[in-house]
Design a protein around this ligand. Sequence first.
Ligand code: ZN
Ligand code: FE
Length: 253
Amino acid sequence: MKVITIPILSDNYSYLIIDKNNKSCSAIDPASPEEIIPILEKNKFDLKNILNTHYHSDHTAGNLDLKKKYKCKIFGPEKEKNQIPGIDFTLKENDVLELEDYNAKIIETPGHTAGHIIYWFEKEKVVFTGDTLFVLGCGRLFEGTPEIMWDSILKIRNLPKETQIYCGHEYTKNNADFALTVEKNNNKLIKRFDEINKLINKNSFTVPTTVEKEIETNPFLRADNNNIKKNLGMDTASTIEIFGEIRKRKDNF
Ligand code: ZN
Ligand code: FE
């Protein structure tokens, strides 16, 4: 599956999924038409579908202008249908969205927003995680508890290890700095920290990541890991308490 990564706004990522005919495509969270349209025009892509992960405007602000120009269909979470501009079709847990050439399974991942969904292309081993999971980080808990978000994170952690993760923001530098404060004795994290800094110094994208890499190094997927428990001095705490503590520390980082 051909995916084009488009950095938009200050630190968002939008993505184009290109159909096999190399003429039509679907866009994930194309919030900034002025940055998306030139790429569509240059490649002569017809935009067929917009797939929204959640209602925040840095993900949905392009919906109406793009729909007007391309007559595309807009998909988004059932639970946020009243907040998503121009929505045509709503999606919920276990729905299968059939695009031109690819099928996405819908996974509900509440926590950042109450209705947040992610798009899992099982056959192609690709997932678009919006603001639920970032490279070495996770979304802020605007509309959920640590317990709710941990459940959502587990749904991603349980996907096949080689699954490629495309997330909604480039927060990787700050996330990597923070991850080291939680687990400076994780050798895989130390190695990855160097790799990430090299990418950032070259102005390269840090996406996609993989489920396997995040399991090894992302503190938010490791709240039940003994090394993290020890590092935080929370040996007797529950996983949810530890997850909540990591999230709180990151909010104040
Ligand atoms: Zn958001
Ligand atoms: Fe966002």
